[in-house]
Design a protein around this ligand. Structure first.
Ligand code: NAP
Length: 282
């Protein structure tokens, strides 16, 4: 069988870098960074997808600065919704599948139990609202699509919570970290392997994918300092104490059972994944 041709947008980003490397071993990967292809440019998106004729487009492009989205609302919707609409229209025209990455921030965090794909979204922030609008365009325009919702990503391809905590632990004797938001740290390498598994089956619709288990940002920071060193004390604080511009869900653990049922694959527990990541990065 001929190898699949996969076009990846937002290829300069953190997830995309692991995804390109992961897929390159079994697919013909065509990476397009923001400089090669601005997803807000409808004509360029259409022309690229129609000329490349990929089997699938995987969209990793997004405006991901959650707090900045609150003040740059137009940009957030232009990229996270309008850009996704452009991709969906072009994929419809070229009859190729669209895989899109979305977020736990489409939920308000009040459920208190892991969120299933069928749970009603109710985003609290502009970022979450713009990502949800992107999802809706895909569902309205395309019959065949995959939306992967994940959360709390870290990886080698970009700045993230792990690199920030390691830096802060080297610079300060005390780090204050919020202890009233619960989620699941997820390694972009493992998420990339999961997306590869979805490419191999007849996946359709929304999938929640994350490393297993859950923790608060404070518990996550303690684990990073314990494993990576630095000697700083980690102190728990509340979200109200740091008062960031964008509200975050207090609880956004994702129920990943659909993914496991259909692929036979479960991502490792978050603390084991983090240890592997730290060992491989040092
Ligand atoms: N990071 C997380 O914790 C997290 C959690 C859940 C879901 N996600 C989702 O996962 C996906 C990947 O996230 P990530 O963490 O890898 O983010 P990232 O590192 O910020 O990557 C996003 C990439 O998109 C590019 N981009 C921005 N606007 C664009 C445009 N108009 N056209 C083309 N490219 C554009 C960015 O380029 P510039 O950097 O040059 O702007 C960046 O390279 C996103 O959809 C995000 O919403 C992330």
């Amino acid at each position: 069988m001929a190898e699949k041709k996969i076009l990846i947008t937002g290829a300069g980003g953190m997830l995309a870098q692991d995804l390109v490397a992961t897929l390159q071993t079994s697919c013909a990967v065509i990476p397009r960074s923001e400089y090669d292809l601005d997803i807000c440019n409808r004509e360029a998106v259409h022309d690229t997808i129609c000329s490349v004729q990929p089997d699938a487009v995987i969209n990793c492009a997004a405006f991901t600065q959650v707090d900045e989205c609150e003040t740059e609302k137009d940009k957030a919707f232009a990229v996270n919704a309008g850009g996704v609409k452009n991709l969906a229209l072009a994929c419809h025209h070229a009859a190729c599948r669209l895989f899109h990455i979305s977020t736990d921030y489409v939920f308000d965090g009040t459920k208190g139990k892991p969120y299933a794909e069928s749970d009603e979204p109710h985003p609290l922030s502009v970022y979450g609202q713009s990502k949800l609008e992107g999802e809706r365009y895909i569902r309205d325009i395309l019959q065949h699509y995959v939306i992967v919702r994940s959360l709390w990503l870290y990886g080698r391809g970009g700045g993230n919570f792990v690199s920030t905590i390691i830096r802060l632990a080297g610079e300060h004797t005390e780090i204050k970290v919020v202890n009233d938001q619960k989620g699941c740290p997820t390694w972009t390498l493992h998420l990339s392997q999961a997306i590869r598994a979805l490419l191999d089956i007849d996946a359709q619709g929304i999938y929640h994918i994350a490393n297993q288990g859950s923790c608060t940002w404070y518990e996550y920071a303690c684990k990073i300092v314990e494993r990576a060193g630095g000697g700083a004390t980690v102190t728990p604080i509340t979200s109200a104490q740091i008062n960031r511009p964008a509200p975050r869900p207090a609880y956004s653990v994702l129920d990943c059972s659909r993914f496991t049922r259909e692929t036979g694959m479960a991502l490792k527990p978050w603390d084991i994944a983090l240890e592997e990541y730290l060992k491989s990065s040092i």
